[in-house]
Design a binder for this molecule. Structure first.
Ligand code: ZN
Ligand code: ZN
Ligand code: FE
Length: 348
């Protein structure tokens, strides 16, 4: 059994290669995340487990040696699974709110813990939901990868944020947030500490980003208030997605935080959602131009998609209230947008 990193000298990126991962189970008879299995036991509400079929592991061995320009390194790292509820069905808008808060605290604690390993450079929690995204287990769960390198997408974000900071002496993310809030056209929901919006430069039709309005770098920097308001906006966002077409919408949710160590004060924690639908019955397939060139095409105006998401948000707020949860923030209504009102006038 081997877990290794193979260097792509043309793209300058690592590929994680593991020999035995293919044999991992695809939809087992009995759910391994439900309480009462040898791994899960009983008496928990949120549970962290080691991935049984990790792509990275601390005792990783390579299958070959480096030779010529082909570099090989052990696939050192950790792959964790976070089970968000003992209930077999659910999403972040239906699990108890206490679970959601605890889940976020755990992601922060795990990040801090994994970063204490000097070999680990970057910790990335994410949630894949839905069979369309290739999720083999439907029990609500997320994953955490602790990587021995900074991933390329993060490197690009870091580089641009550093350049912007050097030029303007301001955080790029704080600036984007300020501008989105001033324009108000793409802002969706806002509570005391967080704002969600569909970015001006969205790549996925219903892509949504969530930024803390305070400049923080890691999940572990959030205090109990930060956790409470992040749980709120995640709950509302996921509920919005599930109301959009009135079915449980598949999505990828990813936490972008600063690397484990080093001075990255110009970076800013944020969450990105990539749903794969472009309409109720149509998917956005990343195909030739997306994969072959890393250029995304967007087949509508993002501002039009905002109107759809705001409508779904109204339904989401009602849905959550009916189930006993009162959202802590407010929708940035389409009336605000149509009336040309800016957020600064309403929310200063
Ligand atoms: Zn289950
Ligand atoms: Zn910032
Ligand atoms: Fe990002």
């Amino acid at each position: 059994m081997s877990n290794e990193l193979r260097w792509n000298p043309i793209l300058g990126t690592w590929v994680i290669v593991s020999s035995k991962r293919e044999s991992r189970p695809w939809r087992e008879e009995k759910c391994p995340f439900c309480p009462g299995t040898p791994e899960t036991g009983y008496g928990w509400d949120v549970l962290v487990l080691d991935n049984r079929f990790p792509a990275l592991r601390p005792d990783a061995r390579t299958s070959v040696e480096s030779r010529d320009i082909y570099r090989v390194e052990p696939g050192y790292g950790y792959c964790k699974v976070v089970i968000e509820s003992p209930e077999h069905e659910g999403d972040l808008d239906t699990i108890p709110i206490e679970n959601l808060r605890k889940y976020l605290r755990i992601l922060g604690e795990e990040t801090a813990k994994l970063c204490r390993d000097k070999e680990i450079c970057y910790v990335i929690p994410f949630r894949n939901k839905g069979e369309l995204i290739g999720v083999s287990l439907t029990h609500p769960h997320s994953q955490i990868y602790a990587l021995p390198f900074i991933p390329p997408r993060i490197n690009i974000e870091l580089r641009n944020a550093r350049e912007f900071y050097k030029e303007h002496n301001e955080c790029l993310f704080c600036h984007i947030l300020g501008f989105e809030e001033k324009e108000g056209k793409r802002v969706l929901y806002r509570n005391k500490l967080f704002t969600s919006f569909l970015p001006f430069f969205a790549m996925w039709p219903y892509e949504v980003h969530i930024y803390p309005r305070k400049h923080v770098l890691h999940l572990s920097d959030l205090d109990s208030g930060g956790i409470e308001y992040l749980a709120d906006i995640l709950r509302v966002t996921v509920s919005m997605y599930n109301r959009l077409f009135d079915f449980s919408l598949p999505y990828i949710m990813i936490f972008h935080q600063a690397p484990c160590r080093g001075n990255y004060n110009y970076y800013h924690l944020h969450i990105e959602f990539y749903p794969v639908h472009r309409a109720r019955d149509k998917l956005k397939y990343p195909a030739g131009i997306e994969w072959g060139a890393w250029v995304f095409t967007y087949d509508d105006l993002p501002e039009n998609k905002v109107a759809e998401l705001r409508y779904a948000l109204q339904k989401a707020v009602e849905y959550l209230r009916d189930r006993g949860y009162s959202p802590m923030g407010r929708i940035i209504s389409w009336y605000t947008y149509l009336g040309g009102g800016t957020l600064t006038s309403r929310y200063s």
